[in-house]
Design a protein around this ligand. Structure first.
Ligand SMILES: Nc1ncnc2c1ncn2[C@@H]1O[C@H](COP(=O)(O)OP(=O)(O)OP(=O)(O)O)[C@@H](O)[C@H]1O
Ligand SMILES: [Mg+2]
Length: 306
C-alpha cells in the first residue's frame, strides 16, 4: 500500500461519462472530437473530474439539476460505467473489477442511499434492512441482530414489523439509511437523500446524520442541491456545472470566495446572512465555520455546524 492509499480512502482520477448511442472511440481530450459527439446527440455528463477523499470525511457535491451529480456518484460503485478514468478505493482499482468483484464491492465497501428510498413494499422494516445481509449469505439470527442494531441507530426501534407504506417519508429514509449502515461499509454514497422531505424533517434528518457520523466516522459522498445542507454536513464540497467541478474547497472557502458567477449564485443568500449577522454583531455560521484539514474529528467540538 503506498502512502496515498493510507491517507485517501477514495481517489477518482480523470473520470468521464459520455452518454452516446455508439461506442465512444474518440480521444476525450480532443475538444473538437468531443464537440462532434455532442453535436450528434451525445451527452458529456461527467467531464474529466478528479478528487480524493480522506477517511472520515464528508464530501458534498452540489450543483444545479442536470449538472452531472447523480452520474458522478453512481460511477463510483460503477452502477454507471464510466467512459474513461480510474476509481481507487482503499488501494483497490474499482475500474478494473469484474462483475463478481463489483457485486462484492457494492455489498461490502460502498453502500448507497437514494432520494427515492427504493424500499421493498411487501417486506417489513426488519426484512428491508436485513435483505442485503441475506444476499451476502449471513445467517438469519446474525442478520436480524445487525438489522435491529442499525434500526435502533436511526431511531426506529419498535417499528421493525411495520411495512414501508405505514411509515412517513422521513421514516422511510431512516430505513434507507439503516439499510446502508447494516452493510458496515467504510464508504456511504448518498444521492439527495433528503430532497423529498419537507424542511423541518429534512433538518431533523441532517442532524441525525451528523449524530450518526460522530459515532460511526464513515466516509461519505453526499449529493445535494441545497447549500445550507452542504454547509451543515460537508467537510469539503465541490460545485458542479456541466459535468465539471467549477470549485472545490471547504464550505467556508466557497461561500467567502466563490470562483465564478455560477458559484456566486449559489452562495449569495448565505453571504447576505453572514453580512446581516455581522452588522448585528452576532457571530454568523459562515464566519465561524472551521477551516478543516480533513477528517471529522473536530466536528463534535466545533459546535458551529448545526
Ligand atoms: N442514461 C442517460 N442517457 C442519456 N443522458 C443521460 C442519462 N443519464 C443522465 N443523462 C444526462 O446527463 C446529464 C447529467 O444528469 P444527472 O442525472 O447526472 O444530473 P444531476 O446533477 O444528478 O441532476 P438532478 O439534480 O436533476 O438529479 C443530464 O444532461 C442528463 O440528461
Ligand atoms: Mg441527480
Amino acid at each position: 500500500m503506498d502512502s496515498n492509499s493510507e491517507t485517501y480512502i477514495l481517489e477518482v482520477e480523470n473520470l468521464w461519462k459520455v452518454f452516446a448511442k455508439d461506442k465512444i472511440e474518440c480521444n476525450l481530450y480532443d475538444a473538437a472530437a468531443v464537440g462532434k459527439l455532442e453535436a450528434a446527440g451525445g451527452v458529456v455528463a461527467v467531464r474529466d473530474i478528479s478528487f480524493k477523499i480522506k477517511r472520515g470525511e464528508v464530501f458534498v457535491i452540489m450543483g444545479l439539476s442536470g449538472s452531472g451529480k447523480s452520474t458522478l456518484i453512481r460511477c463510483i460503485p460503477r452502477l454507471i460505467d464510466p467512459s474513461s478514468g480510474r476509481i481507487m478505493m482503499n488501494g483497490d482499482n474499482v475500474s478494473e473489477m469484474d462483475q463478481e468483484q463489483l457485486t462484492e464491492f457494492r455489498r461490502t465497501k460502498a453502500a448507497m442511499v437514494f432520494q427515492h428510498y427504493g424500499l421493498l413494499p411487501h417486506r417489513t422494516v426488519l426484512e428491508n434492512v436485513s435483505f442485503g445481509l441475506k444476499l451476502r449469505g449471513v445467517e438469519q439470527k446474525d442478520r436480524e441482530m445487525k438489522a435491529e442494531q442499525a434500526i435502533e441507530q436511526v431511531g426506529l426501534k419498535g417499528w421493525e414489523a411495520h411495512y414501508p407504506s405505514q411509515l412517513s417519508g422521513g421514516m422511510q429514509q431512516r430505513v434507507g439509511i439503516a439499510r446502508a449502515l447494516v452493510q458496515e461499509t467504510d464508504l456511504l454514497l448518498l444521492d439527495e437523500p433528503f430532497s423529498g422531505l419537507d424542511p423541518l424533517i429534512r433538518r431533523e434528518m441532517q442532524e441525525e446524520l451528523l449524530r450518526l457520523q460522530e459515532q460511526l466516522h464513515k466516509t461519505m459522498v453526499f449529493v445535494t442541491h441545497d447549500l445550507s445542507e452542504a454547509v451543515r454536513l460537508g467537510d469539503r464540497m465541490a460545485v458542479m456545472k456541466s459535468g465539471e467541478f467549477v470549485q472545490e474547497g471547504t464550505p467556508q472557502e466557497i461561500i467567502m470566495h466563490p470562483a465564478d458567477e455560477y458559484v456566486q449564485r449559489f452562495v449569495q443568500d448565505e453571504q447576505k446572512i453572514a453580512l446581516m449577522m455581522e452588522q448585528d454583531n452576532k457571530p454568523s455560521n459562515v464566519r465561524t465555520l472551521p477551516v478543516r484539514s480533513g477528517g471529522c474529528s473536530d466536528k463534535a467540538v466545533s459546535g458551529t455546524r448545526r
